[in-house]
Structure formats: C-alpha cells, structure tokens
Design a protein around this ligand. Structure first.
Ligand SMILES: Nc1ncnc2c1ncn2[C@@H]1O[C@H](COP(=O)(O)OP(=O)(O)OP(=O)(O)O)[C@@H](O)[C@H]1O
Ligand SMILES: [Mg+2]
Ligand SMILES: [Zn+2]
Length: 264
C-alpha cells in the first residue's frame, strides 16, 4: 500500500508550537518571543471534535451563517432566534450558563439552529459537543440491555453525561412510559447537577401535562394536542425551565416552502 506523504505544517515544522513576538516593548533591542500552540493544532482539534459530535449527514450543511431569516414571508421569530443563537454560540460558558430549549412546529428550523450553534462552538471555540436524536439515544440505551451486545448502558450514557454541550433533538418524540421518563430524568438531572449546558429541540408545546395544576379544563384538554408536559412529565418540564432559555420558532414548514418554490 502506498502511503500519502504526511504534510508537515510549514509554520511549526510539525512540532505543534510556534514562536511569536510579544507586543510588550522590552526597551531592549532584542524582541521578546513567546511560544504558542500552532493553528494547525487548533484546526486538528476542531476537526476531531467535529467528527466526534455525531452530527447526522442530513444536517451537515446546517450553519448559523446559512440560516435564512430574510426570505419573503419569513416569520420575525426566526430573526430573533438567530440573534439569540449567535450570541449564545459566541459567548456561552458551557460550565454554568443555561442552555436553550428550541420549540416550534415541524420544519421551522429547530435542528438547523441547534446544529449551527454546536458547529460554531466546536470550530471557533474548541468546545466539545455531542448531537443525539432523542429516539436514537433511547434506542441505543435499550439495545445495551441485550445480553449479546458488548456495550453497557453507561458506555452509551457516559459521553451524554460528560460532553460540554449536548444537543438532544426532538425531545418527547418517544411515546412516554415509566422507563422513558426515568431515563430522560437521569440524563437531564445529571447534566443539571454537573452544571453542563444542554440544547433541546421539541415539536411539543411547552404546556402542562393533562391533569397538572394550571392545565386546561378537561373539556379543552380533550381536544388539544399533546404537550411537552404530557410527553416528559411535569417535573422534567419544570427542570427544563431551570436549565434552558426558551426560543420559540413560528412560521411555515421550511421544507414545504422549498417544495412549492421548485414547482413554480
Ligand atoms: N431559516 C432557514 N434557513 C435555511 N434553511 C432552513 C431554515 N429553516 C429550515 N431550513 C432547512 O429546512 C430543513 C428542515 O429544517 P429543520 O430540520 O431544522 O426543521 P425542524 O424544525 O428541526 O423540523 P422537525 O420538526 O421536522 O424536526 C433543513 O434542511 C434545514 O436546513
Ligand atoms: Mg428537527
Ligand atoms: Zn503547525
């Protein structure tokens, strides 16, 4: 097998460190120099973080820079959400700051925004992030109970607990059972207790569970759609309010917009 020659970084000759003149005026003729990590190392770290983030191919194109807020008929909530997301990506402290709960109907761009944020956190700030579809995560945990597979529940959950910023996409999309509620509580409570930042997307309205105090009358509850409270339980919904700032996206399904545009 012929191996491609490994390219050696011309800045640091492959050492990973570069020397740069300091700005400080020493008052002497000799310029003081300082050793810094070379950009090639920072780029390599960003690339390995990006590979480890598990962003699905379907969403690889999603960036904050290509999130359109200005097309004809764009709902104003898109521009507001984009503004909050961009500030968050630039400034958030992943060990203390609240995360984001992005709520909206189908195709309003929730996943696009969430992926755009973590890509920027990885590429511009070298922060470790992990993307998980809620259904996929629960399925992987369930598979780990199968005695023929080598992975344990903790193997699946450890990175979910430990990553600096977790995206949990489509929270509530699995039919609730006691096991689902216990598992989602374990994940959210662990991250909450460790002060770690979580970005969540959901299609369900941020409303109480049926029967919870402050919920709708039984007659109205019967005709309403299911709420986030119904799907993850009131206790977890209220925990989410402590963990996340809420962003609501309104407007049409972006996929439909494209489809109808292509028929014009
Ligand atoms: N404002 C936007 N600018 C550019 N592309 C967008 C925008 N909103 C959505 N899209 C694109 O439309 C598609 C659907 O968006 P996305 O998957 O983020 O929606 P969603 O709200 O997560 O939908 P679902 O509820 O089905 O999960 C994606 O390919 C996404 O890149
Ligand atoms: Mg989505
Ligand atoms: Zn280098």
């Amino acid at each position: 097998m012929i191996k491609a020659p490994v390219e050696v970084c011309p800045v640091c000759d492959g050492t990973g460190w570069k020397t740069v003149p300091t700005r400080r005026d020493t008052g002497r003729n000799a310029t003081e120099r300082r050793v810094m990590r070379c950009d090639c190392q920072l780029r390599a770290r960003a690339q390995s973080l990006l590979a480890a983030a598990r962003i699905p191919r379907r969403y690889e194109h999603c960036e904050l820079a290509n999130y359109d807020t200005d097309f004809p008929g764009a709902h104003p909530s898109l521009a507001e959400a984009h503004f909050i997301a961009s500030n968050f990506a630039r400034k958030c402290d992943p060990h203390g700051d609240k995360g984001l709960l992005i709520i909206g109907k189908i195709g309003t761009g929730k996943t696009h925004l969430a992926v755009g944020i973590i890509k920027e956190l990885i590429l511009s700030r070298g922060i470790a992030c992990l993307f998980y579809d809620y259904r996929e995560l629960l399925k992987e945990i369930q598979n780990s109970y199968n005695s023929t597979v080598q992975t344990t529940e903790l193997d699946v959950l450890r990175p979910v607990f430990e990553t600096d910023v977790l995206v949990l996409d489509e929270l509530g999309a699995v039919k609730p059972t006691e096991w689902v509620w216990d598992t989602v509580s374990l994940i959210l409570n662990t991250r909450y207790n460790e002060n770690r930042t979580t970005i969540i997307t959901t299609n369900f309205d941020d409303q109480p569970a049926a029967g919870a105090s402050g919920s709708l009358s039984p007659a109205r509850a019967a005709v309403r759609g299911e709420t986030l409270g119904d799907r993850i339980g009131e206790r977890m919904r209220s925990r989410l309010h402590e963990m996340c700032r809420i962003i609501t996206l309104d407007g049409a399904d972006f996929r439909q917009k494209f489809r109808s545009a292509s028929f014009r």
